[in-house]
Design a protein around this ligand. Structure first.
Ligand code: ADP
Ligand code: MG
Length: 606
């Protein structure tokens, strides 16, 4: 994942704001060393399928641009005719011409409005599809991308999918608005100018290469600056994403000053990068304007020198009007090119997210297990998190009978959670296999496997929403069975406190369940696992955050579970551990069964 920027957050040694460590990625990722043009082509190619899936609004938008260019060309001719009225006013003809111009201007106005509306529809819909696809791919990718030192920052990803995708929409719109509408207008105006005076048109044509040269040169620079600006804002977003949920920790550690300083460091880097970008963007139209006026001057001089006698005032007015409207599409092309150059980093960074490949693959002939008894076997399972990392599990063998409860104890970092992750197939073992009811879990459909294995994780995850939605999460998009929710809550000894909440099961528990106590959260998590009705249940330190009374309540709950589930309890408290028939100590990659007498003698429990 070296192509992803990793805002590193080193430990802070000092709270002195003048001594804030540099937290921004020092190297800008430059995944490709393509030539600027092939880079542009590459960006357009990756967007093409998404754009082309919305042909209707694009075609309608372009049709509108045809109407608008036609009315513009007609207006230009009519403007020339107006100058014939100077000193020779025919009121009736003047009124008719005026009326015609009015209708043409109105037609253009309506056509331009619909052209933009249709093309925005196409651009935003294309980006909606990219977003949806990126998110889907991302959700489907392996847990390993998110965890560990090389894991991607959720803030960075969130930023790419929200703000950067919005930049991509601007780029797509600029492209669509240029390809046909600007080309049409350019051609129409050029034809008009050519028909009036080929020579003067030729002189004016000098404007095009000059402008193109400037625009291309500045475009390359703009791309670099945009890339930098995007990285600084992504880093800011990643930082906020990490620090905001940790507000309690920050306050408890008196770290407001330090975090303010860190925030300013990120925000200031973003300020500098964006200011540089805005300045360059302000410069580009000025330079094109200078070129434009230069050509206009050349033109006037040319008309005086070469066209004496062959050129009347009507022609002059038409010609200059056409020239004014010729520059508009040229500037439009330049703007689209700049927009594309500016959007390129965003496009790349967005599509980068689609390149995540899942190593955990479902076999084409994977079986859907309808029911399982809950027998679990680990056969010679070895696992480590990376090539140069130590083995977390090393040749582990374990046989848990259906309906049995076993407990795992061991030092922190001993591999207990890893064991749970392997059973859920969030990672695949390096060697050996894991069987459920004598089916290797690699031969079972992932959805089926994860339906039969329920997990109450060490880090409880609750979403903002009602209690019922959190317990019935499995059926969130279908129909939550309230009776099952209440049964699960009763078994988890959570029913009583839920009923005491202001709106009972309909109470909103706030972001990440922040309105609940640790013990209440844990009981909700247990209720949720029960609602899933899996045959195998893993309780990963599910009783760690409980006071003695709640622990008793949860132990009662676990006791009830044990009657009809295979339960793997990872725990520290002796009372909880002793509920299991067998107890295993996990450490140094090895599993060792522990006798009750040694447990009671206090040899293993801390
Ligand atoms: P336990 O749950 O027993 O406390 P874990 O299974 O969480 O232990 O972790 C076992 C070991 O694997 C620890 O040394 C931990 O640092 C390491 N580890 C856990 N998750 C990852 C990860 N995603 N990437 C790299 N190493 C990890
Ligand atoms: Mg753990």
């Amino acid at each position: 994942l070296s192509f992803l920027p990793k805002p590193k957050l080193p430990l802070l040694k000092s709270h002195n704001s003048t001594n804030v460590p540099s937290l921004l990625p020092t190297t800008l990722p430059n995944p490709t060393n393509r030539h600027p043009f092939s880079q542009t082509l590459h960006s357009i190619t990756s967007l093409k399928p998404y754009i082309l899936s919305h042909r209707r609004p694009i075609l309608l938008g372009w049709l509108c641009s045809l109407v608008s260019v036609y009315s513009l060309a007609k207006t230009v001719t009519k403007m020339g005719k107006f100058s014939a009225f100077i000193g020779n006013l025919d009121p009736a003809a003047f009124r008719n011409e005026g009326l015609a111009v009015g209708v043409l201007v109105l037609a253009r106005l309506v056509a331009v409005y619909w052209q933009q509306a249709f093309l925005w529809d196409a651009a935003l819909s294309a980006v909606y599809r990219v977003r949806a696809e990126v998110f889907e791919k991302f959700l489907g990718s392996d847990l390993g991308f998110f965890e560990g030192s090389g894991g991607v920052s959720s803030g960075d990803v969130a930023y790419r999918i929200t703000a950067e995708a919005a930049d991509v929409a601007d780029t797509v719109y600029a492209l669509l608005n240029t390809i046909v509408p600007s080309a049409l207008q350019l051609l129409a105006m050029a034809a008009q100018m050519l028909s009036i005076s080929p020579l003067l048109s030729l002189i004016s044509a000098l404007v095009i290469p000059c402008m193109a040269l400037v625009i291309v040169r500045l475009g390359v620079k703009l791309r670099k600056i945009s890339n930098k600006a995007q990285l600084t804002i992504a880093a800011l977003s990643a930082y906020l994403n990490e620090v905001l949920p940790a507000i309690l920790f920050v306050k408890a550690n008196n770290a407001e000053l330090c975090e303010n300083a860190r925030f300013r460091k990120f925000a200031h880097a973003d300020l500098s990068a964006h200011l540089e970008k805005k300045k360059l963007k302000a410069l580009i139209p000025q330079i094109t304007q200078i070129i434009y006026f230069g050509v206009l001057f050349l033109l006037c001089a040319g008309s005086l020198v070469f066209s004496r006698g062959t050129f009347d005032s009507c022609d002059m007015v038409s010609f200059v009007t056409a020239l004014v409207f010729l520059v508009e599409p040229i500037q439009g092309v330049g703007k689209a090119y700049n927009e594309l150059k500016q959007g390129e980093p965003a496009i790349e960074r967005l599509f980068e997210l689609t390149r995540f490949k899942s190593m955990i693959k479902e076999k084409p002939d994977a079986v859907d297990l309808d029911r399982v008894t809950g027998e679990v076997k680990f056969c010679d399972v070895s696992f480590k998190y990376g090539d140069n990392k130590p083995y977390v599990l090393n040749g582990l063998n374990l046989h848990i009978k259906a309906g049995e409860t076993v407990a795992f104890i061991g030092p922190s970092g001993g591999g207990k959670t890893t064991l749970a992750k392997l059973l859920l197939r969030l990672y695949d073992p390096l060697s050996g296999c894991i069987l459920i009811d004598n089916h290797s879990i690699q031969d079972v459909k992932l959805t089926s496997l994860r339906r039969h294995v329920g997990l109450v994780s060490q880090d409880i995850t609750l979403f903002s929403g009602t209690v019922a939605e959190n317990i019935g999460y499995r059926d969130l998009m279908t129909n939550i069975d309230m009776k099952m929710v209440e049964d699960a809550a009763r078994t988890a000894n959570a029913d009583e406190f839920i009923r005491n909440l202001p709106e009972g099961y309909k109470t909103n528990i706030g972001p990440r369940g922040s309105s609940l106590s640790g013990g209440q959260k844990q009981r909700l998590a247990i209720a949720r696992a029960l609602y899933q009705n899996s045959s195998i249940l893993i309780l990963d330190e599910a009783t760690s955050a409980l006071d003695s009374r709640s622990e008793l309540l949860v132990r009662e709950a676990v006791q009830r579970l044990m009657e009809n589930h295979t339960v793997l309890v990872i725990a520290h408290r002796l009372e909880t551990i002793l509920m299991a028939k067998r107890v295993f100590l996990l450490g140094d990659g090895k599993l060792e069964e522990v006798t009750r007498s040694s447990l009671l003698a206090g040899q293993h429990v801390s």
